[in-house]
Design a protein around this ligand. Structure first.
Ligand code: SAH
Length: 204
């Protein structure tokens, strides 16, 4: 997976590559899909949600340009795989999921792997997690119509936020960077994510 899907494309950040090598992706995938866990595609994780394609996980992780001591907020825990990858690179991960069964499954895997620097909660992640902010980086792994205002407020300066923004069929990955009091947004690749559902996302 790392050789053919990441190195062969544009993933070159050593921290991202090491984390993608270390985290056992098959632990985050249902028994019925074990044979496809390392394939070049997303997979269903239940509740109509998906675990992203390995390349997209690596691409978004690399875009955060983490150095090792950051506090990172993820919205959309899903299987827990993206949070697990981040947890190998930064000091603390906070992750928010709105579907209870998914959160419970992800927590079981974090415990089994002894990834104790991940903290999670059941909530509408478009509101962020103010109690533990500010965050050096924020990653949203579901697609919304706009960048949720509370997330911009909870981003540290300097800090980076990555989120797919668009309609419910296709989105563009946007990176919002805060630096010396200024905010700058860069558009990256076109992508397709499941809906970000919540107060600053799509309607329930
Ligand atoms: N990062 C996940 C992929 C998740 S798919 C992984 O590595 O497996 C997107 C997830 O976002 C889904 O589980 C969905 O339930 C969740 N989600 C959607 N809107 C949300 C919201 N407002 N707050 C928290 N989670 C949300």
């Amino acid at each position: 997976m790392v050789q053919d899907q990441l190195l062969a494309r544009d993933i070159h950040d050593p921290r991202t590559l090491a984390a993608m090598t270390e985290v056992p992706r098959h632990w985050f995938v249902d028994d019925a899909m074990q044979g496809r866990a390392y394939g070049d595609h997303p997979l269903p994780v239940g509740g109509g949600q998906t675990i992203s394609q390995p390349y997209i996980v690596a691409y978004m992780t690399q875009a955060l340009a983490l150095k090792g001591n950051e506090k990172v907020l993820e919205i959309g825990t899903g299987s827990g795989y993206q949070a697990a990858v981040l947890s190998r690179i930064c000091s603390q991960v906070f992750t928010v999921e709105r579907i209870n069964s998914l959160l419970a499954g992800a927590r079981r895997v974090f415990d089994r792997l002894r990834y104790f620097n991940i903290r999670s909660k059941l909530d509408d992640g478009t509101l962020g997690w103010a109690e533990f902010g500010l965050f050096d980086a924020i990653i949203v792994t579901a697609g919304g119509p706009v960048i949720p205002e509370p997330l911009i407020a909870q981003l540290a300066d300097p800090g980076r936020l990555i989120i797919p923004v668009g309609d419910q069929h296709e989105q563009v990955l946007q990176v919002l960077e805060k630096k010396e009091g200024k905010v700058q947004t860069t558009l990256l690749a076109g992508v397709r994510f499941v809906d970000l559902v919540g107060e600053y996302g799509w309607n329930k």
